[in-house]
Design a protein around this ligand. Structure first.
Ligand code: XUL
Length: 536
């Protein structure tokens, strides 16, 4: 019997999942989350982020993440009741893009962690910058523009690194630090991602950055999987010497350092490279084959696509990262997810049952009526000023508006993931709203694909535990397919398949064109499409 620990250091929590593998049987035997605000109140974070007067700035204290890791290991060792002698490997995932700045003494300190002192006190002395900018930061618009010009434009940067410049990405953040605090930058010996920083604490030396998370920096040549000289030069001087090495996501990067063995009695488990939370979730929702996507219906709606080759989104809104399988993944994010569904539900005084009833009592295609449900600023397509647009849709008709919001959300996911160019056969639906079969039917019909419900929670931590298992196996010379890795754990719920109805598929093929025309009109670059819609 072997145990595998998967950790996920997200914006607000550190979660650990322990997977037990005994022959073909896999089961989750332990799960625990620590919430940064509640469990570590002395740092004064709000939802995991420090307060700032400038609303565009978002940073967190890296020592908080280190303390949480230390406390999690203590709890695991003393309260889990697990026989940890069987712990064979650990891997992890972390919020993407955030960066941690270490001084020249950090290498030696990492290699010599004092078992008698809490980790947090030792990490404090390793930092050349007390705070870490995180993915919620959007203060680097100038730096994005400078890097983009130096690399030859949006499209060149996207082709090179998988994404055009985004404020939260690590390269622009590094450039801002260099520009605002040149001495701090000069004192920085190594710049880690959150993922490689935490992995470094486990192995007791500077850990590499994996290709998956490395692709979220605007610094890595996505196809060659190496740091891009051009992008590095566009970002900050001498950066090549400050970045860790890159490695495959499944690489075993070391074993648990003596600190963990002596302090918590843990065995010398292997440590598999950490990655970003999104690449890790790809495994956690069992997305390991081409022609499959996952749609997470949560606070925001997110599409993950498994890609066997790097592709570029011509609209420049979306990202391509490395996938833990060694392939690639696409990430498309829609901000108006559950919030938009709730706004419509509440506007018509419905509960979720009433919402479902409205969906069942209206015909697919909504008589040609279209809603653009941009209750909040939207990421895909980019919409700065929120507004709900209705084309041929009567705002007083509750049922038509319920259908309008759901059809809009499914059509926008289909239209804005078409660039992945892979013809979707099956969709893994996750998140709260995936419990609603009527919504999943619209998803199946709009995408013309089978939809399977995935009931996994903590998909990033689960993905990390599965990656720990995979890394351990392949490191031991055993070939194990990703199918075998996720079998029975990160698979769709049995009996949850929803098939597309051919007649609805045909209707939505037409309606998607109308939706795209409405979107173009609302964004100001297309004619009024009302004649095409229900009101025409
Ligand atoms: C992805 C992104 C977020 C963070 C959240 O580009 O910024 O999903 O990874 O933790």
């Amino acid at each position: 019997m072997s145990l595998y620990l998967g950790l996920d250091s997200s914006t607000q929590t550190l979660t650990g999942v322990v997977l037990e593998v005994a022959g073909p049987r896999r089961q989750i035997v332990y799960q625990r989350s620590l919430t940064f605000d509640r469990d570590f109140p002395s740092y004064g974070t709000h939802n995991g982020v420090l307060p700032h007067t400038d609303p565009l700035v978002a940073t967190s204290p890296p020592i908080l993440w280190a303390e949480a890791l230390d406390r999690f290991m203590h709890i695991l060792a003393t309260e889990s009741g697990l026989d940890l002698k069987g712990l064979r490997a650990i891997s992890g995932a972390a919020q993407q893009h955030g960066s941690v700045y270490l001084n020249a003494a950090a290498g030696a300190r990492l290699g010599n962690l004092d078992v008698g002192r809490p980790l947090v006190d030792q990490v404090r002395d390793m930092l050349s910058r007390a705070d870490a900018p995180v993915w919620m930061d959007s203060s680097t618009t100038d730096e994005c523009a400078e890097i983009t010009v130096a690399v030859g434009g949006d499209e060149s940067l996207a082709r090179l690194t998988g994404s055009r410049a985004f404020e939260r990405f690590t390269g622009p953040q590094i450039r801002k630090f260099y520009a605002r605090d040149p001495q701090g930058y000069a004192d920085t010996d190594r710049i880690h991602l959150v993922s490689s920083f935490l992995a470094s604490l486990l192995v007791g030396r500077h850990a590499p950055i994996d290709y998956g998370d490395g692709a979220g920096m605007n610094l890595m040549d996505l196809t060659r999987r190496q740091w891009s000289d051009l992008a590095l030069r566009a970002t900050a001087p001498d950066l090549a010497h400050k970045l860790p090495d890159l490695c495959a996501s499944s690489a075993v990067i070391g074993r648990l350092a003596p600190y963990w063995l002596e302090r918590y009695g843990l065995p010398q488990a292997k440590v598999v490279a950490w990655t970003g939370d999104n690449p890790s979730s790809l495994i956690g929702v069992g997305l390991i084959q081409p022609r499959r996507i996952a749609i997470s219906l949560g606070t925001s709606d997110t599409v993950f696509g498994y890609l066997s080759e790097p592709r570029i989104d011509p609209s420049g809104t979306n990202h391509v990262f490395g996938a833990p399988t060694g392939d690639f993944m696409a990430l498309v994010c829609f901000k108006n997810g559950s919030l938009a569904r709730e706004r419509v539900r509440d506007a018509y005084g419905l509960d979720w049952n009433g919402f479902s009833r409205a969906l069942r009592n209206t015909a697919p295609g909504n008589g040609g009526a279209i809603m653009l449900p941009w209750f909040d600023p939207e990421i895909t397509p980019p919409v700065q000023t929120p507004a709900v647009h209705r084309y041929g849709l009567d705002a007083a008709d509750a049922a038509a508006n319920v259908r309008g919001v759901v059809e809009a959300q499914m059509m926008t996911t289909a239209i804005h993931s078409a660039w992945m160019g892979q013809g979707v056969e099956a969709i893994h639906a996750t998140g709260g709203a995936a419990r609603n079969r009527d919504i999943l039917q619209v998803m199946a019909d709009v995408h013309n694909a089978d939809v399977h419900r995935c009931d996994v929670h903590e998909s990033a931590a689960l993905g990390a535990a599965l990656r720990a298992f995979h890394g351990d196996q392949t490191d031991g010379g055993r070939q194990v397919s990703w199918n075998a890795v996720v079998a029975g754990v990160a698979e769709p719920a049995a009996g949850s398949r929803v098939r597309p109805v051919p007649e609805n598929v045909a209707r939505y093929a037409d309606l998607k064109r109308v939706y795209a025309a409405c979107e173009a009109h609302a964004l100001g670059f297309g004619p009024d499409p009302t004649p095409l819609t229900g009101g025409g």
